[in-house]
Design a protein around this ligand. Structure first.
Ligand code: MLT
Ligand code: ZN
Length: 505
């Protein structure tokens, strides 16, 4: 099991890391008070496991500071004692990025009490949010001001701004607005020595050297603790149209994307690929769902087109473009939502795929990218190879085709138990990652590395990239107290589950 792996602690000098001393725990309890400190196993329990239930860790205490100043004090005290910290927001990591290891050496640093929207400026189109603000809360606050924060994902009801920044989250609207990297104007963060980096400035131009904000985005809490971020807003949705198209192949889905781009331009904000296999799982496992088309089709695409101006609805242009796609044989059928309720129903079919998969049974999950043009051919060839090499498995690849990113999940043969994932499932992952790396793609398009892909990053990443990552980590966090065992593979330690099993089968 993944939780039985030897802990990987990058860059911790021998003897530096030990179970948190009682004296430190006492000082943290005094500094944070009863609302900010708990060593009660019942309070800790929900935060010791990731939401997928793949990793289980230990920690002596849950620290919940209420301000950046308190985060600074916590980090300073832990740095002095050489005690590592695992930052946590909504605990929705897909790669075990927020779960401590099983030694109990680390403390959990929860940012959930830092949940203020410090400002929301509709003229400047900027919101400054503390790390613990839940994404959906920001969506609602922006809407109340006629604005929108244009990043959305299935976990929007629990994912927090600090986690989204730290993982450079993507989601279902990257096509038009990009990932967090393009939506963050600046961050405030506590560095590993406890000092505060204030990069929240709204300056459009600032050329004072290294871009620390961009360095901390996607750093998975291994370089600093993000305490707040200034985020770019766009005008609220004036009107939107959601359609569900049925297609014969993934190649036709790419043809449809190009057809829509040529016909109606960048009003297309979402372009999500759903194979029939994934739709069938949703219909079987998610109550209240129903087939969107009269006859099932091998592939489906959910399209959302948005206009910021209510009077300039994208409905007619999208309708026209889909009709011509039907005439050209690019799509086989289409349903267009005629109300917000119907639009919500279509989105539910897409957003509950992960949940339906979880109920269906074990699967080896992958979050891969190649170029958008490559993806249909890659998916088809890779699926054939995987299903041939591992009889009984079934590839269910879905997601963000418009970004060249799909969740290339491989369901276990019928009747396989949960330990399949850590047995044959790891061999499947090695094959998928070899194929995607061979095609010049990435083994992590949007979920990050966390602890799950640490070994695979060590095995497959370009040595120059790894050396630079290690050098940056060591320069900023020489004692290795920031989220150890995540993202940065140690130079000499065990590389992680997949690589280890490969070396010592
Ligand atoms: C999604 O696109 O639905 C998420 O990234 C979740 C997943 O990969 O299962
Ligand atoms: Zn995704």
């Amino acid at each position: 099991m993944a939780d039985e792996l030897a802990p990987v602690a990058a860059f911790v000098m021998p003897g530096m890391m030990s179970s948190p001393p009682q004296e430190l725990l006492g000082r943290l309890a005094d500094r944070l008070g009863p609302k900010g400190y708990s060593a009660d196993p019942a309070d800790l329990a929900p935060w010791l496991t990731d939401w997928r239930g793949r990793y289980r860790g230990q920690a002596a205490a849950l620290l919940s500071p209420a301000s950046a100043e308190e985060v600074g004090a916590v980090v300073g005290l832990c740095a002095a004692a050489g005690v590592p910290l695992v930052p946590q927001g909504g605990n929705t990591s897909m790669v075990g990025g927020a779960t401590p290891d099983s030694t109990g050496d680390a403390l959990i640093l929860s940012l959930r009490r830092m949940n203020a929207i410090r400002s929301l400026d509709r003229e400047a189109n900027l919101a400054v949010c503390e790390a613990g603000v839940v994404l959906e809360t920001l969506h609602n606050a922006a809407l109340a001001e006629g604005r929108r924060f244009p990043l959305s994902l299935a976990a929007k009801g629990s994912a927090t701004i600090g986690g989204l920044v730290s993982t450079n989250a993507g989601g279902t609207q990257v096509l038009r607005f990009g990932t967090m990297r393009s939506l963050v104007q600046g961050v405030e963060a506590v560095l590993p020595d406890g000092s505060l980096f204030n990069g929240l400035s709204p300056l459009k131009k600032d050329n004072r050297g290294y871009n620390l904000t961009q360095l901390l985005i996607g750093a998975e809490g291994t370089l600093a603790i993000v305490t707040a971020a200034s985020l770019k807003l766009v005008p609220a949705v004036g009107s939107r149209v959601v359609a569900w198209a049925g297609l014969a192949s993934a190649a036709d889905a790419l043809r449809l994307l190009r057809h829509l781009e040529a016909a109606i331009g960048d009003v297309v904000e979402s372009f999500e690929l759903v194979p029939r296999t994934a739709l069938d799982l949703v219909l079987a496992h998610v109550p209240g769902t129903r087939p969107p088309l009269a006859e099932p089709t091998p592939w489906n695409v959910l399209v959302e087109a948005v206009s910021p101006i209510a009077a300039a609805s994208p409905e007619k242009p999208l309708y026209g473009a889909l009709r011509s796609a039907l005439e050209l044989g690019i799509i086989q059928d289409v349903a267009i939502a005629s109300s917000e309720a119907q639009a919500g129903e279509l989105w539910r079919l897409r957003e509950t795929i992960s949940e339906a998969e979880r109920q269906h049974g074990p699967a080896a999950k992958h979050d891969i990218s190649v170029t958008v043009e490559q993806m249909p051919g890659f998916m088809t060839a890779a699926a054939m190879e995987v299903e041939e090499r591992f009889p009984g498995t079934q590839v269910i690849a879905f997601g963000h085709l418009g970004d060249g990113n799909v969740h290339f999940n491989v369901a276990a043969p019928r009747g396989a138990g949960p330990d399949w994932v850590d047995g044959e499932g790891t061999e499947v992952s090695v094959l998928v990652h070899d194929l995607v790396t061979g095609a010049g793609g990435s083994i992590s398009a949007e979920h990050g590395i966390g602890q799950m892909k640490l070994g695979e990053l060590a095995r497959l990443a370009d040595p120059a990239r790894l050396a630079a990552m290690r050098a940056i980590k060591h320069a900023l966090d020489p004692a290795g107290i920031m989220n150890p065992g995540k993202l940065v593979p140690p130079a000499d330690g065990p590389a992680g589950s997949l690589a280890r099993e490969r070396l010592n089968p």
